[in-house]
Design a protein around this ligand. Structure first.
Ligand SMILES: [Zn+2]
Ligand SMILES: [Zn+2]
Length: 100
């Protein structure tokens, strides 16, 4: 375990982004999870069959290392932003590229 330099929360060693304050260790700053007014899609969690919540629109910063997300984001490397959905029941996170 290590501690977030920003808020002192405990973090897993292999995590790059703080779960509490979104501080990125590789970027040495808090990354933005912007609130968005984009209408949420109705997406049900495949496991729980409950509707997933739109957690916000995440914007890439050039040079960001997504150690926490790993291969999950490879499909999104050419996108500037994507919508983040979270299952309120099991905590599963899914990413969708915003629809224009
Ligand atoms: Zn933190
Ligand atoms: Zn779920």
């Amino acid at each position: 375990m290590k501690n977030c330099p920003n808020c002192k929360a405990e973090m897993e060693d292999n995590f790059d982004v703080c779960w509490q304050c979104n501080f990125s260790i590789s970027e040495n700053k808090v990354i933005e999870f912007e609130e968005t007014t984009v209408s949420a899609k109705k997406i049900n969690c495949l496991r729980c069959d409950v509707q997933m919540m739109l957690s916000g629109n995440y914007k890439f910063h050039e040079g960001t290392k997504f150690g926490i997300f790993g291969n999950l984001l490879e499909a999104f490397v050419n996108r500037e932003s994507f919508d983040l959905y979270v299952c309120p029941k099991c905590g599963k996170v899914e990413f969708f590229s915003p629809q224009v």
